[in-house]
Design a protein around this ligand. Sequence first.
Ligand SMILES: Nc1ncnc2c1ncn2[C@@H]1O[C@H](COP(=O)(O)OP(=O)(O)OP(=O)(O)O)[C@@H](O)[C@H]1O
Length: 212
Amino acid sequence: MLRLENVRKYYNRNLVIDSTSLELDKGIFWIKGPNGSGKTTLLKMIAGMLPFEGDIVFNNISLKRQPFAYRQMVGWAEAEPLYPSFVTGKDLLSLYGGIRKMTVDVRNELLEKLRLSGYINDPVGTYSAGMIKKLSLALAFCGFPPLIILDEPLITLDPDAFLIVNKLIIEHHETHKTTFLISSHQDAALLSAEVGKELFVGNRTITYSNVQ
Ligand SMILES: Nc1ncnc2c1ncn2[C@@H]1O[C@H](COP(=O)(O)OP(=O)(O)OP(=O)(O)O)[C@@H](O)[C@H]1O
C-alpha cells in the first residue's frame, strides 16, 4: 500500500503539487496529465529524489522517518537517463545488483529479456538513446523492489522493445506483486486494460480513477 499524506511541492514559490493525499493498493498505475502538470515531480518525490512537504508511506515505511528502508523498496528510472560515458552497462548493473543483492543468474536473465547482453560490456557513451533507456529500465528492476517507478519508460524504444518492456511489467506485477507507477503519454490500454489503472495529474490536483 502506497500512501501520500498531504504532499505539497513548491519550486521556489511555484506550487506544483498541492496538498495531495492518496492511497493506492498494489497495481500498475499510469500517471497521466498534460506537459508541465507535475508527473515527473510527483514520481521523483515518491522515488525519494526530491524534498517536499508532507510524507509518503509505502508498506508502512515512511520516507521521512525511515528514508533508508523506504528507498531500499523503490526502483526508479528517469525519463531521460544520464550516466558517465566511460562506465559500462555491466559496471552499473554490478553496482545496482550488488546493492540490491541480485544474483548473477537473475541479472543475466534480465539482460536476456531486455536484449542488453550484446553491448553490456561497452561504455555507455557508445549507446544509442534506446539502448540507454533499456539499461535504465534494467537498473530499476534490479533486485525486484516491491515498488518500481518508471518515468516515460516507453519513449525511444523500438516496437519490439516496447512490447518486451510491457511484458516485463505485467510479468513482474503478476509474479512478484510489484506495484508500478508509470508516467506516459501513451495509451494505458496498450499495456493491459485488466491491470492498468490511471492517475491523472493536472490543474494542480490529482484524482484517482480506476479504468477497469
Ligand atoms: N527543477 C525545477 N525548478 C523549477 N521548476 C520546475 C523544476 N522542475 C519542474 N518545474 C516546473 O514544475 C512543473 C511540473 O513539471 P514536471 O516536469 O513535473 O511536469 P510533467 O507533467 O512531468 O511534464 P512533461 O509531460 O512535459 O514531462 C512545470 O511547471 C515545470 O516548469
